[in-house]
Design a protein around this ligand. Structure first.
Ligand code: PXG
Length: 456
């Protein structure tokens, strides 16, 4: 009997309340409500225990890029689990899935990337990257280059490394001391600024915060700059076009390593394989997770550019770092098949040339709604800003929790999107059809109406 059939919906809810500590959850609050129990999924839809169909406008948690119900991925996992369910890559061992995946990643990334290090999640990838960056500078005989610069409101995971590197104030405030040697600069959030500059001028100004920070700290103390090409969990902050080229210039001029955190942007989300490709930057390292397996099994990793890997290999001796599940065979087998699917079905081109532009146009039609202040979308990753007054772009009072109200209307009406404050974000599976894009935007408009009615 399938697990789902062994109990009723209300039994699941009761047991959930009693035993399961959810991630990023107010436990008391959840105890007073009930969880929505999701039992199955297919294509771009999830289904709850009452059989309600919901369009998954978030690809799970920004990860189910190839969509649900992919038998090829299930078969790849099953086949590998039967053949070799586990073995490690420590102590001079390796297995074909992890080797083949490294090769495949080399094929789809920029030419400086010839090597991959594997982890079990995005957070572990970030921790790996932090240790690798600092190790690189030790080996370069510049051990004082320890500081890593990231951005406010960035999300880089929940391990201590991820929390420290991230710029989420509330998250950082919990749980005591963080990793030292991490600094934050402002984010390229034009709508969140006073909007006195054009987006392009603003992009340059915010990029130059990096230069100011480097000058303040001394370039000989700075190891790396890390940024999500488009900040995801922070509210889909699409940077102005001037931003990333200026960041690249500044990193180059000061010899600082450039790291793009591709956990969300990687694997086709922006209509290129990686966010760095979309913005035309050449990172020294890229962290990835989520879309690499379309979320079917956990896997993360770091693409290590030659600049760093050459030094680690030539001078480093043993790198004392790794996880039991680094390069897990079944996860790697799923990742290989997932990338093959994306190649076979031209999913990256489909996002860039077809469904991306199609959904973007529809999404921008929501800008006409009376409580929408801005819409933005690149590839299949977008956001809209809820405002009280369209002419002044004044926001609602924070206490009103308008974003959450809107999100609840959306889910009740059959569409999952996330609320980041009063910013509603969307990132559907890359296989979205035109009809499903129409459905998504229709439900969104209806729920904006319901939200507007609820506040007036
Ligand atoms: N980097 C980025 C850019 C991420 O988005 C991580 C690292 C950490 O990955 P793991 O696999 O350790 O979770 C992430 C994860 C949200 C949300 O609510 C976003 C993430 C995770 C959970 C929730 O938007 N991103």
């Amino acid at each position: 009997m399938a697990i789902v059939e062994s109990r009723s919906r209300s039994e699941w809810q009761e047991l959930d309340r009693s035993h399961y500590m959810h991630p990023f959850t107010d436990y008391k609050d959840l105890g007073e409500k009930k969880s929505r129990i999701i039992v199955r999924a297919d294509s771009v839809y999830i289904y709850d225990a009452d059989g309600k169909q919901i369009l998954d406008g978030m690809s799970g948690l920004w990860c189910v890029n190839a969509g649900y119900g992919r038998d090829e991925l299930v078969e790849a996992a099953a086949k590998q689990l039967r053949e070799l369910p586990y073995y490690n890559s420590f102590f001079q061992c390796a297995h074909p899935p992890s080797i083949e995946l490294s090769r495949l990643l080399q094929e789809i990334t920029q030419p400086q990337f010839n090597r991959a290090f594997f982890a079990g999640s995005g957070s572990e990838s970030i921790d790996t990257m932090i240790r690798m960056v600092r190790r690189y500078w030790e080996l370069m005989d510049q051990p004082d280059r320890q500081i890593i610069i990231a951005r406010e409101n960035a999300y880089h995971g929940s391990t201590i490394g991820g929390t420290s590197l991230g710029g989420m104030k509330l998250q950082r405030a919990q749980g005591g001391m963080l990793v030292p040697g991490i600094e934050h600069i402002g984010q390229p959030y034009w709508f969140g600024s006073d909007r006195s500059l054009s987006p392009d001028e603003f992009g340059l100004q915010v990029a130059r915060l990096l230069e100011q920070k480097i000058e303040e700290l001394g370039a000989d103390k700075v190891a790396a700059f890390v940024g999500e090409p488009v900040q995801g969990a922070g509210g889909v902050i699409v940077p102005p076009e001037t931003y990333w080229p200026e960041i690249q210039r500044i990193c180059d001029e000061h010899g600082i390593l450039l790291v793009t955190d591709e956990v969300i942007c990687g694997f086709g989300r922006l209509g290129e394989w990686f966010g760095a490709d979309f913005y035309g930057v050449r990172p020294d390292l890229m962290t990835f997770a989520k879309g690499v397996t379309s979320g079917y099994l956990p896997l993360g990793g770091v693409m290590v550019g030659d600049r760093v890997s050459d030094v680690l290999i030539d001078k480093g001796g043993e790198f004392y770092h790794g996880y039991t599940y680094s390069g897990h065979p079944a996860s790697c087998a799923v990742a290989i098949e997932n990338i093959h699917i994306m190649q076979r079905e031209n999913l990256v081109d489909y996002v860039r040339d077809d469904i991306g532009p199609y959904l973007q146009e529809k999404w921008h039609s929501l800008a006409a709604h009376p409580i929408v202040g801005e819409t933005r979308m690149v590839g299949l990753m977008g956001a809209l800003e809820l405002v009280r007054d369209k002419s002044t772009l004044d926001r609602f009072d924070k206490d009103e929790g308008i974003g959450t109200k809107c999100r609840d209307f959306l889910v009740d009406n059959g569409l999952v999107m996330r609320a980041v404050g009063d910013t509603i974000v969307v990132a559907p599976p890359l296989i979205l059809t035109h009809a499903q894009a129409d459905e998504l935007v229709e439900i969104a408009w209806k729920c904006l109406d319901l939200t507007a009615q609820a506040v007036s």
